[in-house]
Design a protein around this ligand. Structure first.
Ligand SMILES: N[C@@H](CCC(=O)N[C@@H](CS)C(=O)NCC(=O)O)C(=O)O
Length: 207
């Protein structure tokens, strides 16, 4: 296990997105579990992520936070994995990666908190409203087998996680477009490996 790449996570968190990406990249990394109660807002961890949130990675001494940024960063840092976009994939790759990290994330969390912008507010809210954001996401995941085209890229780790967790927790509707897209992703070996590692950590914490 390498100290060149340290992964700060909690197995019950968005850290699962970053672990999936680390496994897809074939990275050699060391995991540091950040406990919600004791470590998340500690001075030691705030020095890494001042937001006091996971995931974060430290690669060759450089910190990367934000699940979407971690996916894009690792795709470039491990080019041999072939998960960065090819020139013809770049438009869809960046567009939908940012759409999922911004509008989708805000729409889903606000809707879960039972807040939907009024018609006047939709102009200044970057996601407009929940219904529009969900409809646009549904169209995006239906356009090709993968979000940037015919092959899997790092953007699928992030968009796929949003869709997978959203449909599982009921924050996104279980529409066929979403479930079909996630079915294509969940059978990947790296996804299964990442899930097994995180599930083992959850079990260990509960034992
Ligand atoms: N915008 C961040 C969100 C990260 C986030 O909210 N993580 C949650 C867990 S899913 C967290 O660490 N919460 C701990 C806290 O706020 O105390 C990302 O996409 O990585």
């Amino acid at each position: 296990m390498s100290d060149d790449l340290v992964f700060y996570t909690n197995p019950q968190s968005r850290g699962r997105i970053a672990r999936w990406m680390l496994e897809e990249a074939g990275a050699d990394y060391r995991t540091e579990v950040v406990d919600y109660a004791s470590r998340m807002k500690s001075a030691e961890y705030l020095a890494i992520n001042p937001m006091g949130k996971v995931p974060a990675i430290v690669h060759h001494g450089k910190v990367v936070t934000e699940g979407a940024a971690i996916c894009a960063y690792l795709a470039e840092a491990f080019p041999e994995a072939g998960l960065a976009p090819r020139p013809e994939e770049r438009a869809d790759y960046y567009r939908w990666l940012f759409f999922a990290a911004g509008p989708v994330e805000q729409a889903v969390t606000n809707n879960h908190a039972k807040f939907d912008p009024s018609p006047e507010q939709t102009r200044m809210f970057g996601y407009g409203n929940y219904a529009t954001t969900v409809a646009v996401l549904e169209k995006a995941v239906s356009a090709h087998p993968y979000i940037a085209g015919d092959r899997f890229t790092a953007a699928d780790v992030y968009v796929g996680s949003a869709v997978g967790w959203g449909t599982l927790f009921g924050t996104l509707p279980k529409h066929a477009a979403f479930t079909d897209y996630f079915e294509r992703l969940r059978s990947r070996e790296a996804f299964q490996r990442a899930a097994a590692k995180d599930d083992a950590l959850v079990e260990k914490a509960q034992a």
